[in-house]
Design a protein around this ligand. Structure first.
Ligand SMILES: [Zn+2]
Length: 456
């Protein structure tokens, strides 16, 4: 068997080295061996060739925020199914959140996840450990020990670190470790609703959470980053106010970064009212039409916001105020969502629709393709790759992680066909434009849509 793959004739976009050119890419022994604009790269005899003419070739995508649910909630997802969904979506690095059972707050749980990912997983899994023991918000975890075991960041995601004094201590501690705290920014007292507070929540008679619930926590975290020097990463940023705050923090050169999820970049709160026929899914080629009101697949935290917020988040992404697109992949069982809106679980399954969703921003000329690729690759890699193993780049010697996609291929979302156990997406039935053709992880083809019936 050949230990090489040649990806020939694609448009190679690698923002880490400012590259945007048609050419060839050779992966050998699990790493990037050579890259040649213009093509004509020689390959060892017998090397399998991926014909990428007309396709885009980029570093494998890096997701800073995925819920793989294992250990503890394997009925929703496990590391094997979650990483298969990732490979289908072009992602080769997943950072998994600690709201598992037990929470990722011990060396043993980190070792379990790393070992399971190595044996059952298709892509790289890097654990994000809890900030507080059991994510209870009372006592800090043994952060240095967790970092030594392989944690790449800390978070109590699902919840914020609500206690400002604990957050300050955690950030101060993190300055020594060099790792960021990814905070789910939400004031728990203000955020008592089940959707975004505004005209739509009033119309539907559902309790709303105001944008200010996010803004006040983002402001607090930025101030604590300033006093401690610790790195704050704003998870799933969703409001115009938060974009402004992060913009100001970056202007002051504070250690603050941010991510946004595909659904917060493309869907509005009108979707909860079943009004996608009014707003449309930005990524959709053909709208499925009017959906059901109170669709629990639209229930997510932070909630789908109004149009002004979505516009501001898109602008933040374009400017680079938002460093990364992160899926917040949150798979649930059918029964978790088959109930009244107020009782339904929060979350959207996202790994397999991420690219098709966010490419809509390129198709609408809201962001350039190289900038979008940056937010999927080099942007997040810079935040998380502390060991500098070279993810998110195609520089020679970097891991052979590659996504090859067709930006114009149209396909209809069929949640039942997902590799993820989570079928909870409001995009079921929508047509998206842009599809992954091939995903290579560490030199191995982990997804190949060219061979029908042989999908990973
Ligand atoms: Zn969260």
């Amino acid at each position: 068997m050949s230990n090489s793959i040649l990806i020939r004739g694609g448009r190679i976009i690698d923002p880490s080295q400012g590259m945007d050119a048609t050419g060839d890419l050779l992966i050998r022994d699990g790493v990037v061996a050579a890259l040649k604009a213009g093509g004509g790269l020689p390959a060892p005899a017998g090397t399998p060739v991926v014909d990428a003419r007309g396709l885009i070739v980029t570093p494998g995508f890096v997701d800073l925020h995925a819920h793989l649910r294992q250990p503890g909630f394997e009925e929703k997802e496990n590391i094997a199914t979650g990483t298969r969904a990732a490979a289908r979506g072009g992602f080769t690095t997943l950072c998994c959140m600690p709201n598992t059972e037990p929470a990722i707050d011990s060396r043993a749980t980190i070792e379990f996840i790393l070992a399971t990912a190595k044996s059952a997983g298709l892509v790289r899994v890097w654990p994000i450990a809890a900030v507080t023991v059991g994510r209870q918000g009372k006592q800090l975890t043994e952060m240095a020990e967790l970092a030594a075991a392989g944690a790449v960041a800390f978070s109590d995601d699902g919840s914020p670190v609500a206690d400002a004094r604990l957050m300050r201590s955690a950030l101060a501690y993190c300055t020594r470790l060099g790792l960021p705290i990814s905070d789910h920014c939400e004031d728990p007292v203000l955020a008592r609703g089940v959707m975004h507070e505004g005209g739509v929540s009033s119309r539907l008679g559902l309790p709303g959470s105001p944008a200010a619930a996010e803004d006040v926590m983002v402001a607090r975290d930025i101030m604590l980053a300033e006093v401690t020097g610790g790195r704050v990463h704003i998870a799933h940023l969703s409001t115009a106010g938060a974009v402004d705050l992060v913009r100001q923090a970056k202007a002051k050169r504070l250690p603050v970064t941010a991510e946004a999820a595909p659904h917060h970049l493309t869907l509005t709160d009108e979707w909860v009212a079943g009004g996608q026929h009014l707003t449309g899914h930005a990524g959709s080629v053909v709208h499925a039409g009017c959906g059901p009101a109170y669709d629990t697949n639209c229930k997510v935290n932070p909630p789908l916001r109004s149009k002004e917020h979505v516009e501001a988040v898109i602008e933040g992404l374009r400017e680079g105020v938002i460093d990364a697109i992160a899926t917040d992949h949150a798979p649930h069982t059918v029964t978790d969502k088959l109930c009244e809106f107020e009782n339904a679980a929060y979350g959207i399954t996202g790994l397999e629709t991420a690219l098709g969703s966010v490419l809509s921003l390129v198709h609408q000329s809201r962001i350039s393709l190289p900038a979008l690729v940056d937010r999927l690759t080099w942007g997040p890699a810079k935040i998380i790759d502390h060991a500098k193993i070279g993810i998110g780049t195609l520089r020679p010697g970097a891991p052979g992680d590659v996504a090859v996609f067709d930006p114009d291929a149209e396909w209809q979302v069929d949640a039942q066909a997902f590799a993820s156990k989570g079928k909870n997406t409001p995009l079921h039935g929508e047509r998206l434009r842009g599809a992954i053709v091939v995903t290579v992880f560490a030199g191995t083809l982990v997804h190949d849509a060219r061979s029908k019936g042989k999908r990973s």
